[in-house]
Design a protein around this ligand. Structure first.
Ligand code: PLP
Length: 375
């Protein structure tokens, strides 16, 4: 059986006509950059997320960088990040001469531990970057409370959780990426809302910040050739906007399809003592960017080899704590060992997860995972 970690092609075939005609329209009008299709997608995403400003940009890493530039963070300022994340989160912090302060995560949610965040705050701390890892929100209410008590900014790294709802204690909901001062996301093809190249966006409810972020992403200008700020060149192109406009109306159904696949896996692995299936926090819906298991009996590498042998795609997100990465060792400071991060790097494995998994494929994958533990 042919199984893919992510199947973007089968998904494309279902919306092919709309995408093909939209791309043809861009070719015919040659409005390749910042054309009307980009503006249209911006408005559609604002409406979907319930956020005042969406600033489309070139990729998710740029989104994070522009967010930090927009907040006026200066060299030496400290920014708190989870040590268990994709490198982009911390990379832009280092690139801007800021200091990433890496803290531990929770074993159940994989997301940043709020006590560790509070404990890491110093007089130089300016911002916190929670990452909604694998498609589930970090504990935003707690994080926003810590931030407001210490007058810190919160930048949500929402690259893996677009479409997820955060659920407040009073039952109200908000889309992830719209709760902090700024939210950032990526439209990399394999993300939950992915285009067919690079793409990203920045979100904010703040008018003034929205204006500054728009400018920074476009060479610091709002009127051409009049530059108010030092910015950068980070634009979404029209062809990517066409793809995103075609997919956005399906995002909720894509999230449902991912949850359904996750439900199947959960049920299949319930009786395997060595496996811990993903915890679902009461304060978030889960959009399963990844379906990530913990293999608790020290057999993760053996399971990985077994799955490789049987041609079942799998991936380790992420094998090395940030503070142990060569590039980030100079920023690690006194952080040399965070127990939960270390354990997760040894235990996690992600299985195929996308919108097109059918029951046959899920049965095949699950059967092989289970047979490894029965052999
Ligand atoms: C994908 C990703 C990014 C970066 O997005 P790009 O579009 O690849 O630059 C940042 N943070 C997280 C958590 C991601 O998964």
């Amino acid at each position: 059986m042919q199984i893919q970690l992510v199947d973007v092609h089968t998904q494309y075939l279902k919306i092919k006509d709309e995408i093909d005609s939209g791309i043809q329209e861009v070719l015919d009008t040659t409005a390749f950059i910042n054309g009307p299709r980009v503006k249209r997608f911006q408005k559609e995403l604002e409406a979907y997320l319930g956020v005042k400003h969406v600033i489309p940009c070139a990729n998710g890493t740029d989104a994070l960088q522009i967010a930090m530039m927009g907040l006026g963070l200066k060299p030496g300022d400290e920014v708190i990040v989870p040590a268990f994340t994709y490198v982009a989160t911390a990379e832009v912090i280092a690139l801007l001469g800021l200091t990433p302060v890496m803290v531990d995560v929770d074993l159940d949610t994989f997301n940043v531990n709020t006590e560790s965040v509070a404990a890491a705050i110093t007089s130089r701390t300016r911002a916190i970057v929670p990452v909604h890892l694998y498609g589930q929100s970090a504990d935003m209410e707690a994080i926003m409370n810590i931030a407001s008590a210490h007058e810190l900014y919160v930048i949500e790294d929402n690259a893996q959780a677009i479409g997820a709802d955060y659920i407040y204690k009073n039952g109200e909901r908000a889309k992830t990426g719209t709760i902090g001062h700024i939210g950032c996301t990526s439209f990399y093809p394999s993300k939950n809302l992915g285009c067919y190249g690079d793409g990203g966006a920045i979100m904010t409810q703040d008018d003034e910040l929205g204006d500054v972020l728009h400018k920074i992403a476009n060479h610091g200008q709002s009127v051409r050739y009049y530059h108010d700020l030092v910015g950068c060149n980070s634009r979404l192109d029209s062809i990517q906007a066409v793809v995103l406009s075609a997919k956005l109306p399906h995002l909720d159904e894509y999230c449902d399809a991912r949850r359904k696949a996750a439900d199947y896996y959960d049920a299949a692995f319930a009786e395997v003592p060595a496996l811990i299936t993903p915890y679902r926090a009461p304060y978030s819906t889960h959009v399963f960017h990844q379906y990530t298991l913990r293999v608790t009996d020290g057999q993760r590498e053996a399971l990985k080899s077994y799955l490789d042998e049987h041609r079942i795609p799998n991936m380790i997100y992420y094998p090395v704590p940030l503070y142990k990465q060569k590039a980030f060792a100079p920023y690690a400071g006194s952080t040399t060992y965070l127990p939960n991060t270390e354990l997760l790097c040894k235990e996690v494995i992600s299985l195929p997860m996308h919108t097109e998994l059918d029951e046959k494929q899920l049965e095949y994958i699950s059967r092989h995972v289970i047979s490894f533990f029965r052999k």
